[in-house]
Design a protein around this ligand. Structure first.
Ligand code: SPD
Length: 378
């Protein structure tokens, strides 16, 4: 099972066990051997209740990104509440939006990013959240509420945040890249992955062309398109969730990724590192929302409140690997330990160069058209 921060916790446990064995004076005795790594598991922040609640027959339907929740979190929720979670995943905001906007499906909790929250509020696809039923929202750091995509803090509970950057293999990329330009370097022909996500990949191409990453100027977008078409021979594949296993397996030298996925890859391979290039990038916020046509609003509120609980948010952070806005969970884990990750805690100088995506209204169609043209170009 994927546990992003397990390795480090395990190492600390092993060191502690070795020290205890030495202090006990049993260093020379065979039976006092240090426990084997594979037998050890760090204590989880939250645990299954000893007496699970009987299943009530109630269900909630959750639509989330791939690899974006610890399945133990779902199990504990079900055991505590007796509510069964029907869980589906998507890979991009656009896929999720298309499914909801078509109207054929009903979910109780979804996890759009900033610009998609903004769009779905405008299109009345979300409903305001009754905060009286989500008391653990108090755990969310106020610096993450009232963001431009939900200025009245009415529709969206911040779940995770991160940056977009380059994950690179230090065995083949010998100097730490400082510029996005490396994504056009012939030396890495068929040796890089790009995100199969129109808004993200076009944003980076816009930045590489010196344009604003929220630009809707057709001339800017034509530049971005030309750049991505020029880059195509260097790209091994356009992927989303698969990028993690592929980079860990050493299938390419470079990948455009979201920071939390970089955190996971770096926990699995010492050869990988992450950089946000100096031209700047995107900072994103993913949020828990209740669609306007949700069938079980009270179940959705319970689930969102559960995810905001400090012990659950801490447990989930260890699995998901993305930075979290839950201050109570960060305090539980220890601010120092949490902030030790330069990927999830980038310097202010880096953050100052990052911008949030805005919803671009009708111009979104231009992005979709251009992306289809790029992907189908041979
Ligand atoms: N594997 C889960 C990835 C979720 C990342 N969300 C990124 C949003 C970028 N706009």
């Amino acid at each position: 099972m994927k546990k992003v921060f397990r390795k480090k916790s395990l190492l600390a446990l092993l060191i502690l066990a070795a020290l205890l064995a030495l202090l006990a004076g049993g260093g020379g005795r065979e039976e006092a051997a240090v426990p084997q790594a594979e037998e050890e598991e760090a204590a989880p922040w939250a645990v299954m209740p000893e007496n699970p609640a009987p299943m009530t027959g109630e269900t909630i339907s959750v639509y989330n990104w791939g690899d974006y929740i610890d399945s133990d979190v779902i199990d504990i929720f079900e055991a505590e509440t007796g509510i069964r979670v029907i869980y589906e995943t998507f890979e991009t905001n656009e896929d999720m939006y298309a499914k909801i906007a078509l109207g054929g499906s009903s979910y109780d909790v979804i996890v759009p990013s900033d610009y998609m929250v903004e769009r779905m509020i405008q299109e009345k696809l979300l409903q305001p959240i009754n905060w009286n039923n989500v008391p653990n929202v108090k755990n969310i750091d106020p610096r993450f509420t009232h963001e431009s995509y939900d200025p009245d803090f009415a529709y969206a509970v911040p779940y995770t945040w991160g940056t977009m950057g380059i994950l690179y293999n230090t065995q083949t990329v010998l100097e730490r890249p400082t510029s996005w330009d490396i994504l056009l370097d012939e030396e890495y022909r068929m040796d890089m992955f790009m995100l199969n996500s129109p808004r993200d990949t076009l944003a980076i191409a816009l930045v590489m062309c010196g344009h604003d990453l929220n630009s809707v100027d057709p001339a800017d977008l034509a530049d971005a398109k030309a750049l991505l078409i020029e880059q195509k021979p260097l790209v091994l594949a356009y992927v989303v969730d698969e990028v993690k296993d592929k980079m860990i397996a050493g299938e390419a030298s470079l990948a455009l990724v979201w920071s939390g996925d970089a955190t996971y890859c770096m926990s699995e391979s010492d050869e990988l590192d992450y950089v946000v290039p100096e031209e700047g990038s995107n900072i994103f916020y993913d949020a828990l929302c209740i669609p306007a046509n949700a069938r079980n609003v009270s179940g959705a509120e319970k689930f969102i409140d559960f995810l905001c609980r400090a012990d659950i948010a801490a447990m989930n952070y260890e699995y998901v690997g993305y930075a979290i806005p839950n201050q109570a969970a960060i305090e539980l884990m220890g601010e120092q330990a949490y902030n030790a990750s330069p990927v999830n805690n980038p310097p202010q100088e880096t953050l100052d160069k990052c911008q949030v995506f805005k919803y671009l209204g009708d111009e979104t169609r231009l992005y979709d058209t251009i992306w289809t043209e790029i992907i189908s170009e041979f």
